[in-house]
Write a protein that binds this ligand. Sequence first.
Ligand code: ADP
Ligand code: MG
Length: 342
Amino acid sequence: MMESGSFVCQVWSRSATLDQMSPANPSKPEPMGEFDLIAWIRRQTSTGGRISLGIGDDCALVQPSSGAGVLVTTDMLMDGCHFRLGEASAVEVGYKALAVNLSDIAAMAGIPVAAFVAVALPRGDAVAIAQGLHSGMAPLAGRFGVELAGGDTNAWDGPLVVTITVLGETTGRGAVRRSGARAGDAIAVTGPLGGSLASGRHLRPQPRISEALKIHERVSIHAMIDLSDGLASDLGHILVESGGLGALLDADSIPIHLEALAACRLDGRTPLEHALTDGEDFELCLTLDPADYDRLAANLPDGVSLFRVGTIIREPGIRLQHADGSIEPILARGFDHLAPPR
Ligand code: ADP
Ligand code: MG
């Protein structure tokens, strides 16, 4: 850790434990320091499985399954950009920060193994926020068998920033990439889309880990992505990575979330526009042989929803076909962090 000048990362020097009382005032607990907080997090965490060394050393030690590929993903969430602390609690932010990383593992049809949590905590309320973040992550990690195996703890005079890195493993069927779509493939999504930001659903994404694994086990998924920026944008990545293909979407088949209908009343845009361009649905979009889609749809694995929304075509670009047969091009454009402010 480093300290220089007046704008510094906080160094906590006290070593009081959570339970330790201030000698001057026996009823007032000493504030927790960095190492007390890490010790607290460590006490909440159990290691076993693939993590032979978790929190407490300079690195974690992970034992990969033999033959498995290691998947690595990282996502940063910033107060004021991905959430607003106050409107969202630290518990919700912790949940979301882990869930969006798990969603990336799902998008490769992988099995999540370990999570690493790096935080820049706002000074003043640092410990309570860190504990809240942990309370949001822990049940989700437990649900998916992910071990919290390390991280980094900092405090500063800035807003909350949480960066989580998740390690995962491929199954024997390998990782599914964005680049494998073929002309003629069915395009499917795992759930209804739109209205996530307006409704607050963006704070509670459901990582489609088990859905992806169940589908991957039954059929060959040609290409897959998780929908973080909106179907029109994220499907565009599959098309570009797959060598410049196109997509014909069927307007009436796109599953629209009920919350997209509520969002329409706020901004006057159509439900379909919301479903195509709202971000943060965190459903999966996949392409597969249409015969495989039909077989799957006729006998869906337990807990899996799947909606066919269109077909991969040779002609580049995304087109939307309406019930009257008319076809309109749509722009594959989603949220861009580096776009100039509008
Ligand atoms: P170093 O200075 O060697 O990087 P740290 O003192 O930062 O070590 O961290 C000590 C241990 O605690 C490491 O195993 C690290 O991965 C873990 N750790 C630190 N902060 C967190 C956190 N917020 N969540 C989980 N583990 C953490
Ligand atoms: Mg460190």
